[in-house]
Design a protein around this ligand. Sequence first.
Ligand SMILES: [Zn+2]
Length: 251
Amino acid sequence: MTWLTDVHIHLSDDVYFDDIPNILVSMERMKIRACCVSMDFQTCQKTLDLSKKSKLVLPFLGIHPGKASENIEPVSELIIRHYKEISGIGEIGLDNTYTGAIDSLRRQEMVFNTLLALAEKLKKPVSIHSRRSLDKILSILSSYKIRGILLHWFDGSKKQLRDAMDMGCYASFGPVMVYAKDKQVLLSKTDPDKILVETDGPVKFSRCFELKNAQISFIPSVVFCASKVLSKTYDELSIELEQNCKQYLGI
Ligand SMILES: [Zn+2]
């Protein structure tokens, strides 16, 4: 059986706290690993703690654009101190829906650039939040040499997807793709070797997911639906996703 990877989930979120022992056991049983991203210094520490509990937790440390007002030094220091243990840097990025103020956007860009520079220096992959900021993000990324760039929850246009593919970025699709036709179209236009899957838990998804906090156990449904969209079998796609994930993580 092939291992699957949820490439973007926030297991450090309080929502999961009481259930972590069960989640870690079920990951082993379902053969699903998870790239666990962080939002700020506090969740970076929690992510590191989780990664000590299970080798299936692949820790990503970073500052989310919604937390860009936080002091960046403690997170940078943590990344440098633990660079051998961490799998990547994230969640990082830009998002002008959190604030329209010029000063705050500049701050987001400064934090984003600082953490990209660190990813380049430490040769780590990145997990990027790019809501309503894809063009800006792609232009910033063009000045860095980072081998594994994931545009998580890809939600751009077909043109932006093409630009991202031309730059060698990965795009991940999650539970929304199961019921949203436009995401299925984007998936079908993504280069096959750049497709990854995620849940972005604890985000809640509607329709068949009944507004439950996303769980790692949603991943097989995402893979199943993606395999139908791509006219592949579940097993064929699982093997391809595994290869893509290894390339993305550089392992
Ligand atoms: Zn996220």
